[in-house]
Design a protein around this ligand. Sequence first.
Ligand code: URA
Length: 258
Amino acid sequence: MPSSTPEPEAALQRLQKVLASTGIGGRRPAEALIAAGRVTVDGVVATLGTKVYPARSLIAVDGRPIRFDSRAGEPAHAVTLALNKPLGVVVTASDDRGRSTVYDVVRLAIGAIPPGLRYVGRLDRDTTGLLLFTTDGARAHRLTHPSYHVDRVYEAIVEGELTDEGLTRLRRGVELEDGLTAPADVARLASGVVRITIHEGRTRQVRRMFEAVGSRVRRLRRVAVGPVRLGDLREGAVRPLTDQEERALRRRAGLEDA
Ligand code: URA
């Protein structure tokens, strides 16, 4: 559009709607940022009544511009990253005991934390493997909520006797103190090595499931979340999703029409 042509009034949108769609976690966080005076539009501090042209207004949070694809007038794609979480690292934003957190690992790997980046679900400090991060609140919700049935695949090295009957009980669901677990896919890969696929994310669930059938998990590694696989990503390394994973995740997490 030539610069002399006025923008059509219909292209104006409420700032909080536009901001919410950039993956900062939805409408409420967007409104809170605006109310706190942290958002500017074309250099002017915005209010909750501010309207913007998504394709050309310069929106910034804490002085950092939010990027848009100016051709489509759409928000730039949210960032989703995969980390191979090392042993001993805590999944938290900050640890009051000064232990290394997953954000320390991401910062070390890629030099900075993209604004709004949050981990998706949790892994225990003593679990390694695939941890996803995203700036897209809707995606994070759909990947973690059990109703979306997103598979999490773990490989466990277990000690103690694990009988075929124990494996069958794990498959059918075991009674834990917070209720019966949903049916799981379970395969013995070698003696003492089991692959288990669940779609719930209860605290220490896999460890507690094995305890319920009389064995103990010595090492636990997550190797896949939905269509995203850990593959040969080395411990402490971070990578963006491939286009194929992006598409599969959208389909899997029902985000095509979100
Ligand atoms: N189940 C566990 O017991 N621990 C994890 O970190 C993840 C699933």
